[in-house]
Unconditional design. Structure first.
Lengths: 204, 113
């Protein structure tokens, strides 16, 4: 049985006064391309496709291997957090569909957007185990993301669209204030990724 | 924030930590607190909590009960491991964890019977 809506609102207000009073918008929401991720033009002088692709993927790797990305691509059932990739506290697990354990799902704490120090997104969840990046070399990750058995069945074109446009990927550049955003921005990341595909998708 | 689980409520039937849930995120959702929670899982958990005398100081118990009910709604016959995974975000400084686990198992049996 549920309370009428006004009682629910009152209860929530009483139980979470700080939550209401100290809502904090994304500090990194206005991040723009920075010196942290090279532009496409930096690779224009590399004539050889293989060498250019490898150089591009090394740059892409700055994003892929950043804690904002790796923390939700863990090698175990447990997500990571922070800049040092510490095990998530409290103890949570991937669970069904990456959504957490029964009774302790991701959205128990994570909202549809960041709130104070808690990251958020409407599709907040962990990557499947076969997409783990934690502890892997860039070469291993490169081979993995091209493998449709380990990339969610995506073609390379679909992978490019995912990297450039996916809203959960975009979270990497819009973390809560206390967390460092991924290098550059998603637009530049997407451009580099497409250039890598066009150069032959060679791995470093 | 979201450090102890004592403020757990249900929003649209799923557990949520009120301390990290701005009211705008609830919008027109259905919020159920410890005072309003009902149903077979809630009844069984209440019975078990009383029979096993789970609480000590009681501070965390509202959140413990709300999480336990969510677990049984999602997984009617949880293993000890399932219980640990569902409940480890709910801290109890009196360390009533063993009784909490027993009470959830007891409630699951009551519902099944």
């Amino acid at each position: 049985m549920s309370h009428p809506h006004w009682i629910a609102v009152l209860s929530a207000l009483l139980m979470a006064p700080l939550a209401v009073a100290q809502s904090n918008p994304d500090a990194a929401g206005s991040s723009s391309p920075s010196e942290t991720l090279k532009p496409l033009s930096a690779f224009a002088d590399i004539a050889d496709d293989t060498q250019r692709a490898r150089a591009l993927f090394a740059e892409i790797g700055k994003v892929i291997q950043h804690p904002r990305c790796v923390n939700c691509h863990p090698r175990t059932e447990r997500p990571l957090q922070g800049e040092d990739g510490a095990l998530h506290q409290p103890w949570v697990v991937r669970g069904t569909g990456g959504m957490g354990a029964a009774g302790m799902v991701c959205i128990t704490c994570h909202n549809t957007e960041n709130f104070r120090n808690v990251p958020g997104h409407p599709r907040w969840h962990l990557a499947p185990a076969e997409m783990a990046w934690e502890g892997k070399s860039l070469t291993e990750i490169c081979d993995q993301i091209k493998d449709r058995e380990r990339n969610g069945g995506k073609t390379l074109a679909e992978l490019g669209a995912h990297m450039a446009n996916d809203a959960l990927v975009a979270y990497g550049w819009r973390p809560p204030a206390h967390l460092e955003p991924a290098p550059g921005d998603q637009q530049r990341f997407g451009q580099l990724f497409h250039a890598w595909l066009e150069a032959g998708a060679y791995c470093p | 924030m979201a450090q102890c689980g004592a403020c757990t409520v249900h929003v649209n039937g799923l557990p949520r930590r009120a301390c990290v849930t701005p009211i705008e995120a609830v919008a027109n959702g259905e919020v159920t607190t410890i005072e309003g929670v009902a149903g077979p899982e809630a009844d069984a958990i209440r019975h078990a909590w009383q029979a096993i005398d789970v609480p000590q100081c009681g501070y965390c118990q509202a959140g413990q009960i709300m999480s336990a009910i969510s677990l049984l709604q999602a997984k009617p016959t949880p293993s000890d491991s399932d219980i640990d995974l569902a409940m480890n975000g709910n801290l109890c400084r009196c360390a009533t964890y063993v009784r909490i686990r027993r009470a959830i198992q007891s409630a699951a049996k009551e519902i099944k019977s």
